[in-house]
Structures are given as structure tokens and as C-alpha cells.
Ligand binder design. Structure first.
Ligand SMILES: Cc1cc2nc3c(=O)[nH]c(=O)nc-3n(C[C@H](O)[C@H](O)[C@H](O)COP(=O)(O)OP(=O)(O)OC[C@H]3O[C@@H](n4cnc5c(N)ncnc54)[C@H](O)[C@@H]3O)c2cc1C
Ligand code: SF4
Length: 534
């Protein structure tokens, strides 16, 4: 069942096989896997529970209800970067764009060679990805609903010789409403709130909403449960107490909250890596004033990509912005801003995502576990990559017939053509002069690795220091991923569910056990057969 605060009459104390903190890309899949395997599972989620009837296209309401800090969580450093994160059942997947990509091969190789993660075998991951893709109805975005903005950019990029295509997404019969970031009103997007969590609940899991975990209980080096409070939906104040006694605890609060909980509980700290190693995939955006309307905001917000520059760490991905987000992104104020917004229907947008090479970031304990601080400074090389991505996008826009291109770079807010592009190419950007940057993929702050001295969790997801405490969220990804991370977070979570099953049933885990792969293959085969029989 899904329990809401209004249904409570007092403190709650429960026993379970597994307590899971957070119901997002990591927490949801693990809840489903373990509940379906017959374990008693309790999920504790700080955010509220909303359904498609609540997703009403209103941005103010969506940011207040579905996001942490109303979507304005920011890093401290140069430049300042907004890093929105979901806080609701389904976590950030409820508000994300639905793109589902596998870990690039060269990144996996790096994990093998530099992070000591050789037992993350490509074969096994591919099986997990395939199963998830089937479960989530992942397929390429339908050209019928990708929207004129994305189509125009993609076609022009292809004419210029750049490779690209339509992104694989987990949206079944997507109607291109263009508001994925406010919660999908048609229920097409298979975010965790409409996929893994309902299945987990059907299998017997209990999900407590508006329940924030504050304490992880550890006795004799073993985790034994969690403690927290329910929160009043209006004031956010603590109400009743919540406690779960469980032999296994899974931390899946995301790359900011998970290290913050560990830091406040003073556990798993001996490697000194908790909170370190933050990467976020900084995103640049360009907006182009076209002669003809593009049908904004209709169309899938993020449906096309150009990957020609992925080896350099630059991925271009389409974004069609709803009016409220465009209003926040335009580089103007006052009258200029109003004039630009009047041309909303003619403004095309496209974004870039930088896979970090020399930026550095960390999450530190803030005044409360709820408010960690994230420090992040972009390195010179990454600033150059960001500039290059803006130049590439502007080149495509001008080739598509743009009159002007707007950018987030001081001194280059408006580009008029080739001369401005040349000037920008020759300029060394000041980090303080880059504004309005955002990033959507915080990760790495409790990195997985093969050495307890420089990582926080083993390849199974279990922490090196506290037995039976697992971490299954974006914080375990050991390096910048280069692609959108949700599918990899889910794959690692399902993999970890197998180890937790081993631990609860047999008491031990062997990550190199070859029969694991066979078991997984057999299970997938059986699931497939049963689908055919139905
Ligand atoms: C606008 C946007 C678009 C995106 N688009 C894509 C995309 O298209 N494809 C993609 O792959 N990725 C995308 N992402 C990123 C992706 O959604 C995240 O990387 C992913 O959801 C992270 O998974 P997670 O499990 O680490 O955390 P989350 O999914 O954020 O889940 C964490 C949950 O834990 C809860 N929690 C935290 N602390 C506590 C606590 N102490 N007690 C109880 N509960 C707690 C939080 O409230 C939250 O609900 C996007 C992100 C954003 C913001
Ligand atoms: S584009 Fe619209 S219908 Fe499609 S997944 Fe996003 S919100 Fe749902």
C-alpha cells in the first residue's frame, strides 16, 4: 500500500526484511525486485504521492509539489549551476524527460581499468538493460510527436554531416504534450511512480510518503534499521515518528541526499570519499529566433540527439521548452525579455550536455542533513567544451535559417551570424560570465569501486564499512557517465537486488559467481515465455 500522512494517527514502528530510503530510479526497481522475490519491503519517501490527475500543466504547482527546493537547488562555485531534483514518489524520474541510454562502452572500460570494477561485466549489464528496456517500453521517439523544434535541428545537423537520431525513451504511446518536467499527464512516461512502485506495491511492498529518514541504525558494524519522521505536507514540519527494524537497508536518496545522510550519521567515512567526486553533466542551451513558428511547446521535450562529438565529451540533446522554463532561461530582463517571450512560438531550443574531464565537485554536510551543500567548479577544459557545444549548436541553428541565437555566455547573449561565431571561438570565457547553466545528472558522491581506500561501495552496492547497508542510486556511478543515467542506475539497482536476495537467503554474496549470469538469463527467459503465454 501507499501510505499518505493524512492516514496516520500516531508514531509507526515496523519490522521488515528490507528498508529502502527513496523511491526514485534506484529505490523503485529494488523495491519491486525484492517484493516480487517474496521479501517484506518498506519504502520511505520524503516527497508526496501524486498521480496523473494531479499533473495539470501548471509549472508553479509542479515545481512546488514535485521538486526539492522548488527546483532551485544550486551548486556553490563558478559558475553557479541549478541542479533540479525530484522529491516525490518516483523521485526525479517523475519529472524527467524519459531518455533511456546504456552506459557507453568506453565508460564501462574506464570503470574496469581505473575503478577496479571488472566484475561489472558487459554481458550481464546488457541483459539487465534489455530486461529494463522491455519492462519500460523503451523505444525511439516517434517522429510524429517529436515536435518541429527537434526535427528541424536534427535534419539540419544531418545535412551538415553530423550523426544523430531520435532518443530512446520509456514513454508508451507518448502524445507529445511537452510537459515531462511537470509530471506526465497522459501516463505515457513509464517513470518509477507508474511502473516499479505500483508493481512493488502489488507484490506487497509498503510505501510511506512524506517520511524523511534521518538516522541509520548500526550495531556491531551491521545495519539494523532506520529512524525518521513524517512531515506535514504544508509546513514541512516533523509530525509522527517512523522506525523500521530491518536486517538490510538500501540508501537510494540521490547523489546529494545519500552522502548527506551518511555524513550526518558519521558512517562509512574512513575512505574520505563520501560526498567527493561529484559530477553533474553541466548543460548549455541555445535559443534561436526563427522566421516561422515551431509549434512550441508541442512535441516531446527531449527527443533528438547529435552524438558526433560524444568522444570529446559533448552530447547535444533536443529540448523544447514550455513557456515558463523559457522565461527563466532567456538571457534578458525587462522589456527585452517581454519582447522575446512574445516571439515564443518562433524560438527554437537545443541543449548540450558536457561529460566532465577537469571539473570538480563535492557534497558536504549542511546545517541539517536535509540541506547539504554542493560545491562545484568547472575546469578550464570543460568550459572550453561548453563553449564548443554552444558554437556547434549555433552553427546548426544558423544553417537552419535562424535570425539570431541566444546563449548563456556573457558578451555573447545574442549571436547574429558567422562573425559573432568567430569572435566567440577566439574568446577565453570567464567562468563567472557563464550564467543560467543547469545540470540534471548529479552523480558519483558515494562511488562504487574495487578498493575500500578510495570508494564507498563495492560492486554489489554494499558499503565497504557497514554490513548489509547498500547504496543504489546515482551516487554510486564512479565517473561522469556521458549519457543520461537513469537506465544505468536502474540496472545497477536490479543487480544489487540479486545480491541482497543472496544475502538474505544464503548469507553470502559472490559478485564473480558465473552462475549469476545464467540465473539471470534463465529468469529473463522465463519472464519472456510467461509474457508470450499470456
Ligand atoms: C528535469 C530532469 C530531466 C531529466 N531527464 C532525464 C532523462 O531523460 N533520462 C535520464 O536518464 N535521466 C534524466 N534525469 C536524471 C534522472 O532522473 C536521475 O539521474 C535519476 O532519477 C536519479 O536517480 P536516484 O535514484 O539517484 O534519485 P532520485 O530519482 O532523485 O530519487 C531519490 C528519492 O529519494 C528521496 N529521498 C532523499 N532523501 C531521503 C530521505 N532522507 N528520506 C526519504 N526519502 C529521501 C527523494 O525525495 C527522491 O524522491 C533528469 C533529471 C531532471 C531533473
Ligand atoms: S511528452 Fe507529454 S505525453 Fe510524452 S512523456 Fe512527456 S509529458 Fe508524457
Amino acid at each position: 500500500m501507499i501510505v499518505k500522512p493524512g492516514e496516520l494517527t500516531g508514531n509507526i514502528r515496523r519490522e521488515a526484511d528490507v528498508a529502502i530510503i527513496g523511491s526514485g530510479a534506484g529505490g523503485g526497481p529494488i523495491a519491486k525486485e525484492l517484493a516480487e522475490a517474496g521479501y517484506s519491503v518498506v519504502v520511505l519517501e520524503e516527497g508526496g504521492y501524486f498521480t496523473r490527475e494531479d499533473f495539470d500543466f501548471r509549472p508553479g504547482q509542479a515545481f512546488m509539489r514535485l521538486y526539492r527546493d522548488a527546483g532551485q537547488t544550486a551548486t556553490v562555485g563558478l559558475p553557479v549551476i541549478i541542479v533540479p531534483q525530484g522529491k516525490t514518489v518516483g523521485g526525479t524520474t517523475t519529472v524527467n524527460s524519459g531518455t533511456c541510454l546504456r552506459v557507453p562502452r568506453h565508460v564501462l572500460k574506464r570503470w574496469h581499468l581505473e575503478c577496479g570494477l571488472r566484475d561489472l561485466e558487459e554481458d550481464e549489464l546488457n541483459l539487465l538493460y534489455a530486461a529494463l528496456e522491455e519492462y519500460l517500453f523503451v523505444k525511439r521517439a516517434d517522429p510524429e510527436v517529436v515536435g518541429e523544434n527537434n526535427l528541424l535541428f536534427l535534419r539540419t545537423a544531418e545535412k551538415l554531416g553530423y550523426s544523430g537520431g531520435f532518443l530512446p525513451r520509456n514513454a508508451k504511446d507518448c502524445e507529445g504534450y511537452g510537459v515531462c518536467a511537470y509530471g506526465c499527464p497522459s501516463g505515457a512516461k513509464q517513470s518509477v511512480d507508474v511502473s516499479f512502485i505500483p508493481d512493488a506495491v502489488r507484490a506487497g511492498a509498503d510505501v510511506y510518503t512524506r517520511c524523511r529518514v534521518e538516522r541509520i541504525v548500526v550495531r556491531g558494524g551491521k545495519v539494523t534499521g532506520v529512524r525518521g519522521h513524517f512531515l506535514d505536507p504544508r509546513s514541512g514540519r516533523r509530525t509522527f515518528r517512523m522506525g523500521v527494524d530491518a536486517p538490510v537497508v538500501v540508501l537510494a536518496g540521490g547523489a546529494f541526499q545519500t552522502p548527506s545522510l551518511l555524513l550526518h550519521n558519521r558512517i562509512c567515512l574512513s575512505s574520505g570519499r563520501v560526498g567527493e567526486n561529484l559530477s553533474i553533466h553541466p548543460c548549455g542551451a541555445t535559443m534561436a529566433l526563427m522566421d516561422e513558428p515551431l509549434g512550441n511547446p508541442r512535441g516531446i521535450p527531449q527527443s533528438a540527439y547529435v552524438d558526433d562529438f560524444a568522444p570529446e565529451g559533448i552530447m547535444l540533446e533536443g529540448v523544447t521548452l514550455p513557456p515558463a522554463i523559457m522565461a527563466m532561461t532567456l538571457p534578458w530582463g525587462g522589456r527585452r525579455h517581454a519582447e522575446a517571450m512574445c516571439m515564443y512560438s518562433r524560438i527554437g531550443t537545443f541543449g548540450s550536455m558536457i561529460s566532465e574531464h577537469d571539473s570538480s565537485g563535492r557534497v558536504v554536510a549542511g546545517p541539517s542533513a536535509r540541506q547539504p551543500l554542493a560545491f562545484y567548479n568547472m575546469g578550464r577544459g570543460d568550459v572550453e567544451r561548453l563553449k564548443r557545444s554552444v558554437l556547434l549548436m549555433a552553427e546548426v541553428w544558423f544553417a537552419a535559417g535562424a535570425r539570431r541565437v541566444y546563449t548563456p555566455l556573457e558578451g555573447f547573449k545574442e549571436l547574429a551570424g558567422a562573425r559573432d561565431l568567430g569572435r566567440l571561438a577566439r574568446t577565453r570565457l570567464r567562468r563567472a560570465g557563464i550564467y543560467g547553466l543547469s545540470a540534471y545528472h548529479p552523480m558519483g558522491t558515494c562511488a562504487m569501486g574495487g578498493d575500500p581506500h578510495n570508494s564507498v561501495v563495492r560492486s554489489s552496492g554494499e558499503t565497504w564499512e557497514v554490513e548489509n547497508l547498500f547504496i543504489c542510486d546515482a551516487s554510486v556511478l564512479p565517473t561522469s557517465l556521458g549519457v543520461n543515467p537513469q537506465l544505468t542506475i536502474m540496472a545497477l539497482a536490479v543487480r544489487a537486488a540479486g545480491f541482497i536476495d543472496d544475502r538474505l537467503s544464503e548469507g553470502s554474496i559472490d559478485t564473480r559467481n558465473a552462475s549469476r549470469l545464467d540465473r539471470l538469463r534463465n529468469r529473463l527467459r522465463r519472464e519472456k515465455e510467461s509474457t508470450i503465454v499470456q
